[in-house]
Design a protein around this ligand. Sequence first.
Ligand code: PLP
Length: 433
Amino acid sequence: MKLIVDFMDNRINGFVEVPKNFYNVQSILDIPPPKGENIKLLPKIFPKEMLREEMSKDKYVPIPEEVREEMMRYRPTPLVEAIRLKKHLHLPEDVRILYKREDVSPTGSHKLNTALMQAYINSKEGIERLTTETGAGQWGSALSYACNKFEVDCTVYMVRASFGQKPYRKVLMKLFGADVVSSPSSRTEYGREIIKKDPQTSGSLGIAISEAIEDALGSDNVRYSLGSVLNSVLMHQTVIGQELKEQLKRIEVVPDALVGCIGGGSNFAGFMLPFIEEKISQNDVLDIVAVEPKACPSITRGKYEYDYGDSAEMTPMLKMYTLGHDFVPPPIHAGGLRYHGKAPIVSLLANRGIMRTVAYEQKSIFDAGVTFAKTEGIVPAPESSHAIKAAIDMAIEAMRRREKKTIVMNLSGHGLFDLKGYEDYMDGSFNRA
Ligand SMILES: Cc1ncc(COP(=O)(O)O)c(C=O)c1O
């Protein structure tokens, strides 16, 4: 049976429910625990429920009804077949690219899935303000929106490179009531130290995290919120993969490959973790592919070892692929992928060979993003264009080898606030790396 899977197709999109539980991969995998002196600071950094989820071995963790109701404003997100892209690439009938649209959330990316849950948990525990970092601005926007919903104040340390590149992300965060600060800033001791050492620094996620944690540690009723990396954050994102599994079942499609971009690893993990158990137990051939920038190649060039999650060594040490916590990546437009490490869950799966990782240069990413925008009509976030580039390459390779292949990718966000990157690409004032 030939099925055209398109945005308006209710056969897959209308009848899938928003999951009632998060899926916890820790029920089947032993993730190396954090270590080091700073573990004692955790109860001052995170709310109790996040710390409980961090260690939980329960297979399913219920999604609170208030959070699920907020998710229902944009979930289930559509699963779409890239028919126009397929035509443009001259792919044969049996080479297919499908994508899961996390760009349809109110702030434009998957980040809202965990932001809602984290703002809710903190408000229930009586926390009055959350601090956080943001690279591309997607996470900061999502947390600002969620904090507004659950009545918690929000301070966002935005990496200096993005603060300049994405002025309207700033406006969006402020519109939802957040206080937005360019990082490194003079608000924190660590920020002042960095500015003194290198006044021209473009900043990094590692530096912004240190500033946000320092700020949170300064008051009793303030906590820090992280948009990726943590086991709990990856678990919140599994609403994506659970919906996808159900959507694929409804159209009787068995994917050959799942593809997603990785910054800290949360959208990719949320998308593929619900498929992992079968892959491991049935020794399945499902190809799970993470895509990172060549400018910040944490898995393809990094080491698998214990390292700090931030530049100032305030977090516990995590077992992860890392380029070193003092690594400052070049200011590429995919700001959300400029992180020195990867989530312990993703790192473990990469180390065990359950997934693989590829890396691309910025120029090739924008070529793919522009092709996608022109064919599918969605301007992708530069982060998401990493997944698009890999999916296109895999589809072309399958066509060359005359193989049948269904590739499903996660479109983690839209790029309507990333137009400066597209402008630089078009006028050639662009760093290829
Ligand atoms: C649209 C988008 N995709 C992907 C990422 C990367 O983060 P993660 O690997 O946690 O999904 C970001 C981070 O800011 C983002 O904004």
